[in-house]
Design a protein around this ligand. Structure first.
Ligand SMILES: Nc1ncnc2c1ncn2[C@@H]1O[C@H](COP(=O)(O)OP(=O)(O)O)[C@@H](O)[C@H]1O
Ligand SMILES: [Mg+2]
Length: 242
């Protein structure tokens, strides 16, 4: 579903993605782990072309991501993204937040878009909040709306970049549970997270990144019980032993 071939990216003299080769199958859940600054966010952002790449190629469902233009907009719509900060439109209701994209990009009528949006809001458990404004919702609720909004575009892949890092601890699980449900329904997902319990539970594969390189890939069981590289051992030592 997602294929990166020899992807390289620099920020000036910083080689931030080094020859990344990664294939994500349909319905697969990949968890990207790695120290801060290792390039996880950059990797996510290149997959929907929020960042350009210097060389290599990225394809979604067999189609190479173009540099720009209408074709890029279409392909980008196939990749949903949820960030650490909720990024809802502050001056629009929850319902409008979810219907806006489908009306503009998918050309749905107001009624069609609202029906779909309500079903998605129900799925993530916030349908009772549809008429409210984002600021009236808790962080966990807002993040679930952000997930519904991304799903409303009918993406083939969902990217999550630390979706629970900005939440109060008691709200983390409601968002992770929503993501687990999505994974169970067969969504292809690439997730950056520091929630190791979730990573163990939900990942088909852990991809460990350090200094812009994929250092190790393994099943969660293998990775957490028997990390191969010193960098992965060091990383796990730091996050698990406190
Ligand atoms: N827009 C940018 N301009 C210059 N350097 C950047 C930019 N974005 C990220 N970086 C640098 O690229 C490296 C990787 O960043 P990032 O992908 O955000 O890592 P991670 O998400 O793993 O913490 C870091 O050294 C960061 O400082
Ligand atoms: Mg990051």
């Amino acid at each position: 579903m997602v294929q990166l071939k020899s992807v390289n990216k620099h920020y000036g003299s910083l080689h931030v993605l080094k020859d990344i080769n990664l294939e994500v199958g349909k319905g697969e859940v990949i968890i990207l782990l790695g120290p801060s600054g290792s390039g996880k966010s950059t990797l996510c952002r290149t997959i929907n072309r929020l960042e350009t790449i210097d060389s290599g190629s990225i394809s979604i469902d067999g189609k190479i991501l173009p540099e720009e233009g209408k074709e890029l907009a279409n392909l980008r719509a196939e990749v949903g993204m949820v960030f650490q900060s909720f990024n809802l439109f502050a001056h629009k209701s929850i319902l409008d937040n979810v219907t806006l994209g489908p009306r503009k990009v998918r050309g749905l009528s107001k009624t069609e878009a609202e029906e779909e949006a309500m079903a998605l809001l129900r799925k993530v458990g916030v349908d009772s909040q549809a008429q409210k404004m984002p600021a009236q919702l808790s962080g966990g609720q807002q993040q679930r709306v952000a997930i519904a909004r991304a799903l409303a575009m009918r993406p083939k892949v969902m990217l999550f970049d630390e979706p629970t890092s900005a939440l109060d601890p008691e709200m983390v699980n409601e968002v992770l549970d929503t993501m687990v449900n999505l994974a169970r329904e067969g969504m292809t997902m690439i997730v950056v997270t520091h929630e190791m319990g979730f990573a163990r539970r939900a990942a088909d594969r852990i991809v460990f990144l350090a200094n812009g390189e994929i250092v190790e890939q393994a099943t969660p069981d293998e990775f957490f019980s028997n990390p191969k590289s010193d960098r992965a051992k060091d990383f796990l030592g730091k996050i698990l032993n406190h």
